[in-house]
Structure formats: structure tokens, C-alpha cells
Design a protein around this ligand. Structure first.
Ligand code: CA
Length: 251
């Protein structure tokens, strides 16, 4: 055995137990690596060659860049509406409050989003327990200097939904938040809120920048499937879910 062979053998001996330890830890913790859930076959993972191509071909992707710059992960499992609102408020670029953790810099965060005005709508403790209904989402946004136009899924036709949202996605300075039932688009499982960033005309799909980034990647979903997922009833409000068009207030 020469020296180099001996070194390789030694490395093998060291590596093997280490791999076993890593595997053991992974199994014990249900996986140590960040790993999102599988994307069902009706959806297209944005993080794929096809997903990228749909964005390149999109004629309605004005909101993609400003939203992607502000893309955040919801800080707990009920804060999808809060994280989505924070993204949009930062993207619209209205004056932001202080964020103590960032010194003199002002930016919307999931902590400073709640203030005396939002308290009139709903308390953060309640949101942390049950999330937001579509109306609460609209009212929270309007406690800031933005206009939030709420549309319930049960009140719009597929054509109206597609037209309103794709038009917004062609315009700068306004944004779309969608409230849908995950189960209806092949995801796990309950009500969810996230921004919509683009529309692909050829495949009739919308790109959702899912704020539960620990759970799913952004996906392209068929307009009809998203529309049906919005026309589901939220048991908290007793009304259908839907979407909110958010824009800067006209002065
Ligand atoms: Ca827009």
C-alpha cells in the first residue's frame, strides 16, 4: 500500500461513519435539509426550465421584479396574509415605519406591520391563531395609505377574474393578492394568501409567489383552477375567498 492509497482508505473510514451519522440525524428529524413538498402534476414549478420559460414568454409580468425583490417567508403558519401585505407595501413604496432591528432604516416587516390603526381591524394575536379573511386583509391594507379593492371568488366569472388580474399584472405600481384554498389546486391543504406576480397568456397560467417558502416553491397555476380555488367558502367569514387589487391612493 503506498501513501496515497493509504490516505484514501483513511478518508473512506472517516467518511462512512459521518455519512451514517448525517443519515441518522436526518431520519430522526424528518430531514435536516430545507425541503419543500412535491409539486402536483397540474402545477408547474417556477424553479424549473419550463417555469422560467413561462415567465420569459409572459406579456403580463410588470409586477414580477418589484415583488421578487421584496419576496419574504411568512414568519409563522398563520401569517401568509401579513407577509403578502408586507411585500406589497414595500413594493408600492409608500412611507414605511421604523424597524428597530435595522437601525435608522425604514421598511415594512411582519412585526411593525401591526400598529394602532391595524388594531382597529384585528389584533396580531388573533391573526396568529386563525389567519386573515379576505375582508380583513383588505381592511388591514386600507389602514395604510393604499387602496384595496376586494373581489370575492363567488362574485366574478372566470373571464372577469382573468381580465382584472392580468391587466393589473401589466401595470406598474399596483399589485394582486390572492386568497385561495390550497386543496383545490392540489396542495396541502387549507386557505392561503400570496401575491400573484405574472400571467402567461399561452398557457393561461398565473404565477403565485408562495410566501410559505418552507413548504412550496412558487408555482404556475391554471387560471381556471385558481378561480375555482378562490370560489371556496372561508368558514371564518362564511363568504368565498377571492383576490385584492392593491394600489397607491389617488391624491
Ligand atoms: Ca401591477
Amino acid at each position: 500500500m503506498n501513501v496515497s492509497t493509504h490516505r484514501i482508505d483513511l478518508l473512506k473510514i472517516i467518511r462512512l461513519p459521518l455519512q451514517a451519522v448525517i443519515l441518522g440525524l436526518s431520519l430522526a428529524n424528518g430531514g435536516l435539509l430545507a425541503q419543500t413538498l412535491p409539486v402536483s402534476s397540474n402545477l408547474i414549478n417556477f424553479n424549473s426550465a419550463e417555469g422560467e420559460e413561462l415567465l420569459m414568454e409572459s406579456q403580463s409580468r410588470q409586477d414580477y421584479l418589484p415583488l421578487s425583490i421584496q419576496f419574504i417567508t411568512q414568519k409563522n403558519q398563520a401569517y401568509c396574509g401579513v407577509a403578502s401585505s408586507v411585500m406589497v407595501l414595500n413594493a408600492i413604496a409608500i412611507p414605511a415605519p421604523e424597524a428597530p432591528e435595522f437601525g435608522q432604516y425604514h421598511v415594512f416587516t411582519q412585526d411593525n406591520f401591526f400598529n394602532a390603526q391595524t388594531q382597529q381591524v384585528i389584533a396580531p394575536e388573533v391573526v396568529a391563531r386563525q389567519g386573515l379573511t379576505l375582508e380583513q386583509l383588505g381592511n388591514l391594507l386600507e389602514s395604510y395609505s393604499v387602496k384595496a379593492e376586494v373581489h370575492h371568488g363567488g362574485d366574478v366569472t372566470l373571464d372577469e377574474f382573468r381580465n382584472l388580474v392580468s391587466k393589473n399584472l401589466q401595470e406598474p405600481g399596483n399589485f394582486v393578492l390572492v386568497n385561495y384554498l390550497r386543496k383545490a389546486i392540489g396542495q396541502e391543504t387549507g386557505g392561503h394568501i400570496s401575491p400573484v406576480a405574472a400571467y402567461n397568456e399561452e398557457t393561461d397560467r398565473f404565477l403565485i409567489l408562495d410566501v410559505s417558502r418552507y413548504k412550496y416553491p412558487p408555482v404556475w397555476v391554471k387560471a381556471e383552477e385558481l378561480w375555482k380555488a378562490m370560489a371556496t367558502v372561508d368558514s371564518v367569514s362564511g363568504k368565498t375567498r377571492g383576490f385584492v387589487l392593491v394600489s397607491a391612493q389617488q391624491s
